[in-house]
Design a protein around this ligand. Sequence first.
Ligand SMILES: NC(=O)c1ccc[n+]([C@@H]2O[C@H](COP(=O)([O-])OP(=O)(O)OC[C@H]3O[C@@H](n4cnc5c(N)ncnc54)[C@H](O)[C@@H]3O)[C@@H](O)[C@H]2O)c1
Length: 248
Amino acid sequence: MDLSGRSYIITGAASGIGKATAIILSKLGAKLLLLDINKGNLEQLHDSCENMVDTLVIDLTKSGDIKSLVKEKIAVFGKINGFVHCAGIPYISPLNAVNTEKSEMLYKLNTYAAIELAKVCSNKQVYVGEHGSFVLLSSVYGLVGSAANVVYAMSKAAIIGITRSLSIELAPKNIRVNCIAPGFVKTNMLAGNAGAFDDSYNQKLEALHPLGLGDADSIAEPIAFLLSDASRWITGAIINVDGGFTAQ
Ligand SMILES: NC(=O)c1ccc[n+]([C@@H]2O[C@H](COP(=O)([O-])OP(=O)(O)OC[C@H]3O[C@@H](n4cnc5c(N)ncnc54)[C@H](O)[C@@H]3O)[C@@H](O)[C@H]2O)c1
């Protein structure tokens, strides 16, 4: 795969899957605009990318800021071919303890930010006009059920509907829209979740993946494929990258 001459926005680039994606896309020659709320980690990553990289510190729960801040930055950075929306947060909570404010915040980040990003990134002042590709992150929990996960599952199931609808709407603009639904991947998110459970749960979690738990590169590489011309006839696809989690 060769992404030289291509430019992409990556959200959630300061950690985990977004960070691994930035490093791989940079090696493949892409120019990157990295978005995250975590300024310190974003700046560190900036130094370890090989190609031209710029950063934008942004809180993606603030839907009203996305269009204006991205457009302002793109005017200097240059137009892009697409984006990858990796920023996201989990929310483990039994149903009776689900909090409305926290749920709305999670929805704004995990789900609605993808719509705002798609809106601005398909605009002719931002989109370069060819080889367009948007990649959204769902989860196995957008596909199958699990207890104490209703809000996160809502946000990730919605990403699947968004992917399919956008793929139809944006095909005339030569923009493909696809989604990856990861199983459990060893990142800060999983480390944060693990604290909510005991050791036996964590062992059971590993056993749910016939190929074992994933690492961030095992998601970042399929993302690179979906951005590249190697996937030029794939749009509206939901690709399970889950070590066999959903095959059982
Ligand atoms: N790790 C897993 O097991 C797993 C499994 C399935 C799906 N996913 C999904 O993959 C994506 C990436 O997950 P990860 O494991 O790399 O997580 P991570 O916690 O390592 O990284 C998430 C990034 O999002 C950023 N972020 C958080 N709130 C933000 C905000 N308001 N504005 C901008 N940036 C913000 C964080 O600073 C962080 O850099 C998420 O959408 C997640 O739901 C992860």
